[in-house]
Design a protein around this ligand. Structure first.
Ligand SMILES: N[C@@H](CCC(=O)N[C@@H](CS)C(=O)NCC(=O)O)C(=O)O
Length: 213
């Protein structure tokens, strides 16, 4: 059975896979579970009517399950786990929120126009907490030796963080956070990630609109 999924098309290039971290999360999950899928690229700057008909909120990703289009990556990943339990990507509950504040703090920092507003420090604290978690639990993944759903949610966001902060702030994750660097290597190097990531230029193009909003 081939699943249909609507994802973001690249900013300014509607025929190319775009830079939505929530879509990327679902695509990596499909790849890790080896579920065949068919992509529909959606130009979010000019949403076609067929898309608004199936996704009234106008958001991606949406996936068709049993003839019903379902939005929201949290919900979609939950259904995928139920319907395709092997390999299991279930995260033990004690690890489920590790790294969850990295994306909102990155968002504030990348948009910040005031270098003294504490947004860089707030992001650093979150990255340090991830580093400590990985050190304490041995890694390479958040729940230990196996990659799980919490990694598949976080890693696309770290990809955005790395590219957008490098480009707009000339900022990179401090070398001292060695466990975070090892985590990035272990996850960005996976075939499921490589195959489904947006090209860097489109990640930058996507953030350009938000940074200069
Ligand atoms: N909570 C949703 C968030 C999805 C979301 O915000 N997607 C963005 C793209 S990254 C979107 O579709 N935005 C609509 C728009 O830009 O008009 C999820 O996890 O799927």
């Amino acid at each position: 059975m081939t699943l249909e999924i609507c994802v973001k098309a690249a900013t300014g290039a509607p025929e190319i896979l775009g830079d939505c971290p929530f879509c990327h999360r679902v695509l990596i999950t499909l790849e890790e579970k080896k579920i065949p899928y068919k992509l529909h690229l959606v130009n979010l700057s000019n949403k076609p009517q067929w898309f608004l008909d199936i996704s009234p909120e106008g958001k991606v990703p949406v996936v068709k399950f049993d003839d019903k289009w379902v939005p929201d990556s949290d919900v979609i990943v939950g259904i995928l786990e139920e319907k395709f339990p092997e390999p299991s990507l279930i995260t033990p509950p004690e690890f489920a929120s590790v790294g969850s504040k990295i994306f909102p703090t990155f968002f504030k920092f990348v948009k910040s126009k005031d270098s003294n507003d504490g947004s860089e420090q707030a992001l650093l604290e979150e990255l340090k907490a991830l580093n400590e978690h990985l050190e304490k639990n041995g890694g390479p993944f958040i729940a230990g030796e196996k990659i799980t759903a919490v990694d598949l949610s976080l890693v696309p966001k770290l990809y955005h963080l790395k590219i957008a902060l490098g480009h707009f702030k000339k900022w990179s994750v401090p070398e001292s956070l060695t466990h975070v660097h090892n985590y990035i290597k272990a996850t960005f190097g996976r075939e499921s990630f490589e195959k489904t990531k947006a090209a860097e230029q489109y990640v930058i193009a996507g953030w350009e609109l938000k940074v200069n909003a």
